[in-house]
Each structure stands twice: as structure tokens, then as C-alpha cells.
Write a protein that binds this ligand. Sequence first.
Ligand code: ADA
Length: 561
Amino acid sequence: MNHPFPRYAPSHTKCLNGIWQFAYLGDVHDVDQLTPEKMDCQSIMAVPGVFDASPEFAGKRGVGLYRTQVEITPGRHAQLRFDGLGLWARLFVDGQPLGTFDLPYSGWRVRIPPSPSGKRQIDVLIDNRLHPQRTVLVEPYFDFYLYGGIYRGVWLREWEGAAVDQLSVKVLDYKKGRVAITLNAFENVPDNTPLHVGVDDAPLTLISDAVWVGHTLTYEMDVPDPRPWSAADPYLHQLTINLGSDLIMTRFGLRTIRIDGAKLLLNDEPLKLKGICRHESHAQFGPALPDAQIVHDVQLLKRLGCNFVRGSHYPQDPRFLDLCDEQGLMVFEESLGWNPRLKHFQNPGFVDHAVTQAQEMVRSSMNHPSVILWGFFNEGDSDQPASRQVYQRVIQAIREEDSTRPVTYATNRPLIDINLDLVDVISANLYPGWYADPDSSGVRPLDEIAPKLDQVFQHLAGKGLNDRPFILSEIGAGAIYGWHDPLNNHWSEEYQADLIEEVCRIFRKDERMVGLAIWQFCDGRTYANSRALMRPRSFNNKGIFDEYRRPKLAAKSFALG
Ligand code: ADA
């Protein structure tokens, strides 16, 4: 597996993906009392991998113990980097608890204190039970299955002396190639520590005029031979930072994304975002996708003619974002919160976690030129007065981290939403032709689509909100793979194909929409309770591919122009 960016000196980095030891501990009463160091691990588990999608522990809810051994140079500092896991985790190294994690799908970086011993034992307890206090960001009513395990790659990095923990590049002038680089070191950097910076193949240059303020340094520079990034020409520059004996590399793209009235401009050119919503999901692997599957998905997205993906509904795998950077796919990335309700808005624990996850998402994806929009809270109860200050808080937190990208959230109630004035881009999830009033007989379901859009646009105009870009962030229909019907009725591949064709036809002509993200890329596992009565097979079947990426008829009628 390629190490996602940022990358470190290969001699100081280890990939910990592979086969780990595993024990399923079950529905333990008090996970906080568990001390796993001496426990037996008789099973095995792949990392990345989720235990509840594996044949041995399929569908189980409880605690799993993942274990591996690593070598760390004695006396050196080290950091473990998990690129995503869920739902709740606690890390132990040589029996010592080093941290607790409760932001499903986010990355997690944990410092490992130096030790005289070279061999270290890593134990990760993972709990996939939903608990009102311990897993505040997720709820049993989410329309996607909440798995337990290590979803993405795990890396170990070690260093001596000063080292850079995080590195961000902000584009100040995409044409001239002016950028501001911010470095965050783990600790205060001694005055005489040499700092070298290099872009692309140019030799590293000693920087003598930059000043550290605490752990942070910001430095402006001009990129030699600047070349802009766009979806059509996704050119990436590479930045190398050498601080003392530490080396860190990232990529960046020279581009701007901004709003001009109802237009969204990339490098000053109006955008038409043609896309689809994608869950990180596979029938066999749940959210822990192998590299081959991610590449496969990106190839399918390109073949569909997409230039846009909505990363529904959580911070994205950095491997996927690296590929989007390379392949010119623009991404709407969003933090968790699937239909947050009044009880969430009134729960300070939920709000704090939502803010923290949004901040983490921005910090971690900041350097990806493919990410053009920050989102949060899918289909929250944004008609509730109590929602407003929560939406304001998350938006402010995002903007404080990054003021260079527009902010949005997907609403499913644009006609009664009270927060739309807070965002730069309006995104609405609408399901005419699928979820409809059963008594609206006489109307052909597909004929509901155009009037529904008109109604929403008229409403937004009435509220003075038609002066900002609009994205149709979800629309779709369910189809069971292989189910054909001469009447083209609901659940057949034919009905879904007809609906997608109609939506694409409208989108190609309708100037009021700057973007479309069809719901959804592939079928994905969902409810394991009676809510599944709305979800045949316990899958959300609105994929234009099924859960193995076999195309339905809709994959052919998907034509965004
Ligand atoms: C919602 C939601 C999706 C999915 C979809 C559906 O709009 O945002 O996650 O649940 O509806 O299939 O009904």
C-alpha cells in the first residue's frame, strides 16, 4: 500500500498494515477496565479490516482486540498514525494506555514515548457498540452500517530531535505560484536547527529568515515553474521539508475555488460539478477497502464522466483523496452527523465532537486540491431553532481552519431550513420520483422531478438565497441488481435507469444547478433492524452499481454531459 501524503523518510517509517493477531472479547461490561496486554489472541484479522464483516465475527457487536509487535529504535520518539477507524478505540503500547478515540472515520495520531527496549507490543481495543456517551457522533438510525475495526492504513514514524507533525500549504496566488507553508513541530524547535525546503525536483534550499513562534512556523515562497491544478489538468507539485534530521513530504495543487454570485469558480472559470455520492463500502470488506477496490472505484467514476464526488457522509480515506488529486476528481468532503436532531443540538458532548471532527477533517485534507467544498451534518433537523447556533459553531470552526474553500451542508428540507443563509453553497437532497406521497395518484412519479426543483428554486429566490451556488447533493431511486420489470416499476433496474436519465436530462439544461451528486455510487449495507423493511436485503439499493460494483442499467443512463 502506498503511504498516503504526507509521507516521511522511508528509513523512519513503517507500514503496519498486514495480518494482526485478534481476539473477540464480546459484549464486555466495562471496557474501561480492560487491560489487554496479557490477553490471548487466538484469531487473526487483516489491517485494514473490520472484524464484523469477517466470516468469523460477522454482525457481532462488542469489543475486539487487535495486536501487533513493532520495532522502534530504542530512545527514539515515535508516532502511530491510523488513517481511520471506528467506532471507539483505546490504544495500549506495552500495556500502557496512550489514548482513546471516538471520532469514527477520522484519522488518529498518537505519540509513543521513547523506551530503552526496541520491541514494542501494540494493542488496540475496538468497540463497535453504539453508546450514547462513548460514541456520540453515531446513531443506530444511520442509513449505513456502522462497522468495528481499523478501516484504513496504519503507519509508524520515528524521529530524533526536532520533527514536523503537520504541514499545510495555502495557495496565495495560483498563477504566480505563491504559497504559504505552515509547519507544526512536535515540540519547540531549537534556534539553530537547520530548515531546508524544496519544491518538485529543485534542490533543497536552506531557509534562514523564517521564525518559529512556539511550535509553529509560517513561510511564504514562490513555486518555481508554477502550473495550475484543475480537473482537466490535475497537475501536482511536491513539497519537501527537511528539519534537522526529519523529512516530510506533501503534494499540493495551485488552484483557487471561489464563489461569484450563483457561480462556483475554479481558477476563475465557472464549474459544472458532475458527480455522484460515494460511501466507502463493499459487501465483503465494509468500509475497509483494499487498494485495488479504491482504484477500481476511481476508474469507474472517471468512466462515468464524473468530475465530482460527494464523500458521503464522513471524512474520506486519504488514499482516495490522493487519487482524486491525481485524477482530477473534485470532492465535497463532509464530517459526521447523519440527521442530527434536537437532542443532539442540545447535547454539548455531541456539539464538541462534531466541531472537533470537522476541524480534524480540514487539517488532514487541507493539502488536497481535489477537496473543493467542506460539508458537515447530512440532513440535520435544520428547521429547529436550536440547530442554528450549532450550525454556526461548526461553520465558524471550519472557516477558522481554512478560509479558502466554501462551506456547505446537505439539507433535505430546503423549504423550511433556517440555516441556509449561513453557508456559501446551498446543497439540497431531494427525492421526487422516489419518496413521494402515496396519495399523489395521477402524477407519473418521474414527472415530479422538474416541478420539485422549480418549487425549491422559487422558495430560495423568495428568501433571497438564489444569489449563491446550488448543488443537488442527492437524488436517486432504489433498484435490486438483476430485477427487471416489463412495467418499469419501483425497485426494477428499469425504473432507476429512467429516473437517472430524467435527472441527467434536467441537469444538463438547468443553469440554476452548479452541481449534481446522484445518490449513489454503489449499494451498501445498512440497517440490521426493522428499518430494513424499507431497505430490501438490508442494503441501501440506490447504487447505480451493486455492492460488488456490478453495473445496473442506470450506470448506462448516467450521462451528465
Ligand atoms: C438520505 C441520506 C442518504 C440515504 C438516502 C436514501 O437523503 O442522506 O444517506 O439514506 O437518503 O437512500 O434514502
